[in-house]
Design a protein around this ligand. Structure first.
Ligand code: ATP
Ligand code: MG
Length: 644
């Protein structure tokens, strides 16, 4: 991994130094007394009805049972709303920035509380009870957060389905969790286009006979057909509802939500999170990892349809009394300066996005960034994929003007929140490394036999013990939970990711384990080769996979997307091969480089390497589940231009 930039002298401040030191102290405290540590954090972060006395009761063996704070009771919406009313009722809870520049809205904690209580009562009126599943298929509007919190208030389990998913994907998720209520909108706005969410819902419901009620929020005002007896207008429902809705008292281990994973590696799983542990984890990580301080404007660009949106748009920030920004649009609309314009407009202090967005914006150069001042920015974050050092450096120097620490946060839908991440003020940062585990997190790198490796190591990333935010089961399929996460290595949570630990104890995520390539006996992470390709000034993005090779066992197949205006020539192919040779070594030189106008990505922007593996191996008839792809047409192009 090119480790060529030394950020040891990264600018810091007494405040940041203090915050980083505090996290080091917390790490030591958690290591010394894990139960005492989490008891204290749980008590100070969350509003309990009945405070927990039993803190940790977890086992990764046998049937796998994970319980945190099990005798405590609470309601998540109270921690996010009610307890802030006295101290910050008039503070903005959510700033909403619309798809069209100029359209904006906001809601205070007091107003949000009222809206949540009214809608919670409306849901009750539709027959929703504690434990029922409510599917939320919404655009990025304030009502999406209202719907989540209203479900939580009455003890219903929400399942948010990303608004970019097709009717087929929506139907599958409704059926899997047996939800009887769907909350949607007439349409969604995204990048100047309209998405017919209600029409998609109607289509999906043809195969979901158990859905008895659909609530429709008017977002664009488009006329949509309403099915009598089943469909309800949101505004009418809440207009008649009482604003008094006592919160349902939930056990800490009662489920808060189900969320389906993005499906990068297979069929999505219904990841189930619980109320107590998840809320503690959301609050803890949001405050520590972003060094969040009261009054600051926090912006996470994810969609609420992903776990990142759950934890870092809704639950974490609201639990911490933050002002959280919700953006309806896309980074490139109306042009690629939009994000930075919004940063300036709302004086955003903490900004959190994905490498895929950074790489896309990098393709358009520095000018759209430099049109803005970005002086309010203090901390930058990334999540979702390994960030190649090239993109890291651009983010750091161009977006952050070399002033803002970057937190490269490694985590998963399954983990509920960050597990491995730098904290602002920590030195040195290393571009491309998620650095160190958070307090109370015990990563292990194991070899393929499951033997833990000490010191500098390269292998499979596992977690040795439970943390409060951990998922508890796959909805309705505990066996799949055990099989997926706890059967590869006995007694360990297996992440599915490969990782390297360097001499400083820093972790580098090398990609999914399935994506690790074995070339003539040398193990190589796809992330490593992609970083090398990505550091060439003509390359916008690349994806690397292994394919069967007669001599080497596995060969390296690289799909390369060039920057705008760069011509794909034979000479450039040779140059890129030479470039990788120079950056990593001869062993890493791709056997095949195919030009890719686009890469197959999930709707959360992750490269779906399993499809690229199939194309490289010429198994194009068995591409598998492509329903979570953002743009299936990309695949056709890659298949027809496949290189022998
Ligand atoms: P599925 O589990 O259905 O295949 P998915 O793994 O893409 O989908 P997510 O939970 O959204 O679903 O993604 C988690 C994964 O994203 C991690 O396991 C890791 O591979 C990758 N990831 C997330 N953050 C980082 C990061 N900072 N650095 C490297 N990889 C990351
Ligand atoms: Mg995963």
């Amino acid at each position: 991994m090119p480790d060529h930039v030394d950020y040891a002298s990264q600018p810091t401040s007494p405040r940041l130094t203090e915050s980083a030191a505090r996290v080091a102290t917390l790490r030591a405290e958690a290591a010394a007394d894990i139960e005492g540590f989490w008891k204290r954090e749980a008590m100070s972060r969350i509003a309990w009805v009945k405070p927990p006395t039993r803190i940790k009761n977890t086992s990764f063996e046998g049937d796998v049972s994970i319980k945190w704070f099990e005798d405590g009771t609470l309601n998540a919406s109270v921690s996010c709303l009610d307890r802030h009313l006295e101290t910050r009722g008039d503070q903005t809870a959510i700033i909403w920035e619309g798809d069209e520049p100029g359209s904006q809205d906001s809601v205070t904690y007091r107003d949000l509380h009222t809206r949540v209580c009214k809608f919670a009562n409306a849901l009750k009126g539709l027959g929703v009870r504690k434990g029922d599943r409510v599917t939320i298929y919404m655009p990025m509007v304030i009502e999406a957060a209202v719907a989540m919190l209203a479900s939580a208030r009455i003890g219903a389990i929400h399942s948010v389905v990303f608004g970019g998913f097709s009717p087929h994907s929506l139907a599958g998720r409704i059926q899997d969790c047996k939800s009887s209520v769907v909350i949607t909108s007439d349409e969604a706005r995204r990048g100047g286009k309209r998405v017919p969410l209600k029409a998609n819902t109607d289509e999906a419901l043809k195969t979901c006979p158990d859905v008895t009620a659909v609530v429709v929020v008017a977002v664009t005002g488009a006329t949509v057909p309403m099915v009598a007896g089943r469909d309800h207008d949101y505004a009418t429902l809440v207009a008649d509802a009482s604003a008094d809705c006592p919160p349902e008292e939930m056990g800490a281990e009662d489920p808060l939500f189900i969320l389906y994973t993005s499906g990068s590696t297979g069929t999505p799983k219904g990841v189930q999170h619980t109320t107590g542990g998840y809320m503690v984890w959301a609050s803890f990580t949001h405050e520590l990892v972003f060094d969040y301080r009261p009054g600051e404007i926090f912006w996470c660009t994810a969609d609420v349809g992903w776990v990142t949106g759950h934890t870092y748009i809704v639950y974490g920030p609201l639990a911490n009394g933050a002002t959280t920004l919700m953006f309806e649009g896309v980074p490139t609309y109306p042009d690629s300066g939009r994000l930075w314009e919004v940063v300036d407009k709302h004086k955003v202090e903490i900004f959190y996005t994905a490498p895929t967005a950074i790489r896309a914006l990098m393709r358009d150069g520095d000018e759209p960034v430099k049109r803005s001042s970005r002086t309010s920015l203090r901390v930058l974050g990334t999540v979702g994929e390994p960030i190649n050092p090239e993109a890291w450096e651009w983010y750091y120097s161009v977006v952050g003007d070399s002033r803002c620490p970057i937190v490269d946060t490694w985590w998963q839908t399954e983990t509920g929140g960050h597990l491995i991440s730098p904290v602002p003020g920590m030195n040195p940062l290393k571009p491309g490394s998620a650095t160190l585990p958070l307090p109370g997190v015990k990563p292990l790198i194991v070899d393929s036999n499951g033997t833990p490796l000490e010191g500098e190591a390269d292998g499979h990333l596992c977690i040795a013990d439970s943390w409060p935010g951990q998922m508890r089961t796959v909805f309705g399929d505990h066996d799949r939970f055990i099989k997926t996460y706890f059967s590869t290595y006995k007694g360990l949570y297996f992440t599915g990711d490969g990782a390297r630990r360097d001499a400083d104890g820093y972790y580098w995520i090398t990609g999914r384990v399935d994506d690790v390539i074995n070339v003539s006996g040398h193990r190589m992470g796809t992330a490593e080769v992609e970083s090398a390709l990505g550091s060439h000034h003509h390359v916008a993005e690349s994806a690397v996979v292994g394919y069967p090779h007669d001599v080497k066992g596995q060969g390296i197949y690289a799909y390369v997307t060039l920057k705008h205006g760069v011509e794909a020539t034979e000479a450039l192919l040779k140059e890129l091969a030479g470039w990788v040779r120079k950056e990593i070594g001869p062993i890493a030189v791709p056997d095949v480089i195919q030009w890719a106008p686009g890469l197959p990505k999930t709707r959360s922007g992750k490269i779906m390497r399993r499809i690229l593996r199939k194309i490289a191996a010429n198994e194009v008839d068995s591409l598998g589940d492509t329903s979570t792809l953002a743009d299936p047409a990309v695949v056709d192009d890659l298949v027809s231009n496949r290189k022998k």
